[in-house]
Design a protein around this ligand. Sequence first.
Ligand code: NAD
Length: 266
Amino acid sequence: MIKVAVAGASGKMGQRIGVLATEHPDITLSGAFERLGHSTIGKDFADVAGGAKTGVLISNSSEALKGADVAIEFTAAEATLENLKTYASLKIPAVIGTTGLSAPQIEELKQFAKTIPIVFAPNMSVGVNLLLRVLKDVASTLGDDYDIEIVEAHHRLKKDAPSGTAIKMAQVIAESLSRDLNEVGVYERKGLIGERSKKEIGIQTVRAGDIVGEHTVMFGGLGERIEITHKASSRDTFARGALRAALWIKNKPAGLYDMQDVLGLK
Ligand code: NAD
């Protein structure tokens, strides 16, 4: 049995993680916290998120981490780095699902991984992580003769673009083809832009309504096209992955891990 504290507990992901943690036979929800001034502070987690009553109140301090074996964090980039200071000082392993971290922020996160174990993954669904492995193989087999385009779609409230998952997919494919994504990534097209260059990897973003998360990777050749699509229909797929990561990380040594480690896909 492990005790889990949830950061961003009143957010879309935080609520589902807390509820599913409560239902999990091997996990206890030991704490829930939110940013200073959030309207849910002091409320019972179950009154905010639903699910069975656990007596856990939403807090705004590190009190919520008392006794926790693992912290799960799906918040915002700056908040995540701020909270990592606390996890590291209390030596609490962390599962981080927050996306939109800049390159310097990722470097900062890596420093915390010298003190505590951290699972950091832009997408915690089992399906997407399996796909990342498949994409690596497909890209290396098809080589440079196929044009690669990624299209991702998410709900209207998503703050970062393109999605962390689309960037990860592009990175895996670029690596597999010995390309540098900083050089070949194309994120928008407009006007008289000329022919497509052979090695570019297009990444396009759609934002609409309540789309949970969809990613299509297209390999366009002459006379054929392969499309690999993943569609998340519920946030619970990410929440379940985060709980799986929490169970996995509990006794791991300090270091930076991802969902490929958690799922044994490496
Ligand atoms: P959301 O805006 O609904 O929730 C974020 C919550 O974090 C809010 O309730 C906010 O008040 C809270 N918060 C902000 N600062 C905080 C702080 N300092 N301490 C504690 N809580 C704080 O967003 P969401 O849809 O739940 O997504 C959150 C993040 O998770 C985003 O970066 C999103 O892209 C990412 N995400 C990742 C995955 C994955 O599988 N890795 C899946 C879905 C979403």
